[in-house]
Design a protein around this ligand. Structure first.
Ligand code: HEC
Ligand code: HEC
Length: 319
């Protein structure tokens, strides 16, 4: 009996030591640094590439990186008492405060894997592993262009101020996308409507990331394997710290958009208008610069994803 108690005591002590050790590691160890192996890449810009890059960056990246003055010099991104405070980077051309010192290859590595040029991980929210090589080149060409939004702004952005939970995520759970692709990634031809629509929904605009069950269960390389593919309910955190549930946009007639028309879909995606007349929450960024061809392809593709009956509590729509 005495012996059993003793063993139990040692076991508990051991467990306690592990817990304390782990907590100390989470609290005090340095933020992980990953190897930086950028591809050899030089983008040759032309005006068409820059114009397409502008459309992608101002639709997608600007949603997080636009400062109140309209420049892409970064902003507060989110604030949470348990997780901490995060700011988005200054992505203007300033050599120190911005991304002027990045090479094209370093930018490509960051955008595909999330690894910054200092080796830190920028987070899964801004990795684009499936974006085509041409779209990637367009994004980089625009960031290097003479557009007013990306001219140097001398405003260093604060580094993330992480609380215990945030540190735990960054040190133990969130990891960069494992590999830089070895094969070229072409943009599917718009003539192949379904393949193009799938590309738009998973690569160029990454709709599936917000619209599947959770950022943590999304599958970077086989998006269809993400839990609850397109069936919504992923809480998207806003700058104000609100969690707005994404909508079910599978073809389920009751809980998805199976009964919608193409015109209603167009109004929702481009202008944030729900068929019932209310405005969608800006956690769903209105994407007015999408082309008719893109809307048609997205619509056609979304009609083909498996319908999932999944009622989502709507906490975003405004009057
Ligand atoms: C969901 C929000 C979000 C979106 C969308 C987003 N980013 Fe970011 N980005 C961030 C955050 C947050 C950071 C800062 C991470 C850090 O400090 O480590 C960041 C960091 C960066 C950096 C690194 C800056 C530095 O100082 O090293 C670059 C470059 C960048 N983003 C470019 C882009 C581009 C280009 C796009 C669009 C293709 C984009 N981001 C889309 C949130 C976002
Ligand atoms: C940053 C996250 C995010 C991205 C990216 C995103 N959405 Fe959304 N979307 C949301 C949220 C959150 C809602 C719910 C808004 C509300 O309830 O007011 C929503 C709502 C919608 C709705 C309205 C559905 C309904 O029942 O009201 C449609 C349609 C839609 N999104 C389509 C798309 C498409 C297509 C894309 C890609 C081109 C996309 N979304 C990209 C977050 C996102």
């Amino acid at each position: 009996m005495k012996k059993a108690l003793k063993i139990f005591g040692y076991l508990m002590l051991g467990l306690l030591a592990i817990v304390i050790g782990l907590a100390a590691y989470i609290q005090f160890s340095a933020i992980p640094v990953y190897p930086v192996n950028p591809p050899a890449l030089t983008i040759t810009p032309d005006s068409a590439l820059v114009a397409e890059g502008r459309r992608i960056v101002m639709t997608d990246c600007a949603h997080c990186h636009r400062a109140p003055d309209g420049k892409l010099s970064g902003d507060l991104w989110f604030e949470d008492p348990d997780f901490g405070t995060l700011w988005t980077g200054n992505i203007t051309q300033h050599p120190e405060a911005g991304i002027g010192a990045y090479t094209d290859g370093e930018l490509a590595l960051l955008l595909r894997t999330g690894i910054k040029r200092d080796g830190h991980f920028a987070g899964p929210w801004m990795t684009f592993p499936l974006v085509s090589d041409q779209d990637l080149a367009a994004i980089i060409a625009f960031l290097r262009s003479d557009a007013p939004e990306v001219q140097a702004v001398d405003k260093p952005q604060p580094l993330a101020d992480l609380k215990f939970l945030g540190k735990m995520f960054v040190k133990m759970i969130l990891k960069p996308v494992a590999t830089y692709p070895q094969q070229p990634i072409p943009t599917p031809s718009p003539a192949d409507t379904l393949a193009y629509g799938r590309y738009l929904a998973t690569g160029r605009w990454e709709c599936y990331r917000c619209h599947s069950a959770s950022f943590e269960t999304n599958n970077d390389f086989e998006p269809e394997k993400s839990t609850g593919y397109f069936s919504g309910g992923n809480p998207v955190t806003t700058k104000e710290g609100l969690d707005i549930n994404s909508a079910n946009i599978t073809p389920d007639p009751e809980t998805g958009i199976g009964n919608w028309t193409l015109a209603q879909f167009n109004e929702a995606v481009r202008f944030g208008k729900h068929p019932d007349g209310r405005s969608l929450h800006p956690a769903m960024p209105p994407m007015s610069m999408l082309t008719d061809q893109e809307i048609n392809a997205l619509w056609a593709y979304l009609r083909t994803v498996p319908a999932i009956h999944h009622p989502v509590e709507r906490n975003g729509q405004q009057q």
